[in-house]
Design a protein around this ligand. Structure first.
Ligand SMILES: Cc1ncc(COP(=O)(O)O)c(C=O)c1O
Length: 473
């Protein structure tokens, strides 16, 4: 008999060597985050090309592989975990969640059906219920974890479609503002709707959906024989953090027999704060909500969630049986995630939310989010003191959009000026901003959401903006 190759079964000493080797690198990396550039991708494409390779037959030394990741590849990137990352939607990536992933992956119990690991599956069910509590849902609500907000929005469209439309659903139309995240359009397309079935409702001067236009578009579509069935409200847009009037959207959905989904991927966790609860009022009346722990709960990338007010609708959309699945004992109090979500085998996502919350309690998340609300207001006040800066979107949560204006310049020239401004700010490498287009205006945005971002970095960032404006001729 050939000898058995046990290389994939490390000894206790080897396991320790692997984890300790990684840990040493990780700790050094995380400790140096504030000193790392906010983004550095000079030469990164060439570097990426240089590591292309064919399937290797032989292994290499662990230290060499760690060195490749930590010394060569990771430094040539946006520092998305660092305090200066104020672009797109940051989060930071809690170390506690990374530890939870190590535990979850190493233990590798099966949480796709609760019978295989009832206690662990219950942890995930608890965490989903906590998120429902944050939204203000009752005990009938259910939720599941996804890899991110895009797939949560997809789950919402499928669940609404299955709840409200016949099998031939192509007359169904969806309404969302021109500020919605593009994942809403993508979700509708993936769920089988032609792109034209998604109606783009204009937004107002605060980038919130125009209710009058929404009502008019729904009425027009009904008159032409279509079936308006879903409204996607924004609970914190990516562009400006704008929050639609969710209570009025809930009234319309109720009166029209439609499904209201709130995309709170970015904004939802501000419900933990008093100010956020005011801004997001009405969200608990939505039929479903997307909440992304990898944004407002600061988790590493890879965790979104879809919460549905009437949990039975999730089962209605996803429940299927198969002969090879275990016969589940009658236990209506247990949550069977395989019957309320698209996945069967999947990672234990609940643990990466559970560990930091259980270790710290929810209070630290609340105080961090309150701090980010304050920092955004502070930054906005500072921006106002810079000659030529115009606040294009006042913060509703933790995004402020602004641009530099100079008299006598055309819109095109102004856009060009602001593109140069963002380049100049980012070139200083202490903060990293991203831009967007509002109407036909290119604007810069500051999004404060990483748990590692505090006043010291904000001061540096504002200093850089001030100097970049002064330098631009
Ligand atoms: C409002 C909003 N919805 C949905 C998404 C998509 O989330 P993800 O990138 O996790 O798929 C984002 C991402 O930034 C977002 O800001």
């Amino acid at each position: 008999m050939e000898s058995i190759d046990r290389s994939l079964e490390p000894s206790a000493a080897e396991m320790r060597r692997l984890v300790e080797g990684a840990l040493e690198r990780i700790v050094a990396h995380l400790e140096s985050l504030p000193a790392q550039p906010a983004a550095d991708v000079a030469g990164a494409v060439e570097l990426a090309r240089s590591v292309r390779e064919h399937l290797p037959e032989q292994g290499e030394a662990y230290e060499k592989l760690l060195a490749l990741v930590f010394d060569r590849l990771a430094p040539k990137s946006f520092n998305t975990a660092g305090p200066g990352y104020l672009a797109y939607i940051p989060g930071g990536g809690l170390f506690e969640s990374a530890v939870a992933d190590l535990i979850g992956d190493a233990v590798n119990r099966y949480v796709g059906v609760w019978l295989a690991a009832p206690g662990l599956a219950q942890i995930e069910a608890n965490v989903a219920q906590w998120l429902c509590e944050i939204v203000g849902y009752s005990g009938d609500a259910r939720g599941y974890f996804t890899s991110g907000g895009s797939l949560a929005n997809f789950g919402a469209v499928v669940t609404a479609r299955r709840a409200l439309l016949p099998e031939n659903f192509l007359a169904g139309t969806i309404y969302t503002s021109d500020q919605a995240h593009h994942s809403v359009q993508k979700a509708a397309t993936l769920a089988g709707f032609p792109a034209r079935n998604v109606r783009e409702v204009p937004s107002d001067e605060r980038y919130r959906v125009r209710i009058g236009d929404l009502n008019r578009m729904i009425a027009e579509d009904r008159r032409s024989g279509l079936t308006p069935f879903m409204i996607v409200g924004n609970a914190g847009t990516t562009n400006t953090g704008a929050v639609d009037d969710l209570a009025r959207l809930a009234d319309i959905a109720r009166d029209e027999g439609m499904w209201l989904h709130a995309d709170a991927a970015y904004g939802g966790f501000f419900l933990l704060t008093e100010r956020g609860r005011k801004t997001l009022q009405g969200i608990q009346r939505a039929d479903s909500v997307t909440l992304d722990p990898h944004k407002g709960m600061f988790l590493p990338y890879g965790t979104g969630s879809l919460l549905v007010r009437d949990g039975a609708a999730l089962r209605g959309a996803h429940g299927v049986d198969a002969h090879y699945l275990p016969t589940m004992p009658e236990a209506p109090d247990m949550v069977d995630f395989s019957q309320i979500s698209p996945e069967l085998s999947r990672p234990f996502r609940g643990l990466r939310v559970w560990l930091p919350v259980k270790l710290h309690g929810i209070g630290v998340f609340r105080s961090n989010l309150d701090e980010k609300l304050d920092l955004t207001l502070w930054a906005t006040d500072q921006l106002r003191t810079i000659a030529g800066i115009e606040i294009v979107a006042e913060p509703q949560l933790t995004v402020v959009a602004f641009r530099l204006v100079r008299t006598g310049l055309s819109e095109d020239a102004l856009n060009d000026l602001n593109r140069r401004l963002i380049k100049a700010i980012n070139a200083r490498q202490r903060i990293h901003l991203s831009g967007t287009t509002l109407g036909n205006r290119f604007v810069l945005r500051i999004c404060v959401l990483s748990f590692r971002t505090h006043m010291d970095r904000m001061r540096e960032g504002l200093e850089d903006i001030r100097m970049a404006v002064a330098d631009l001729r």
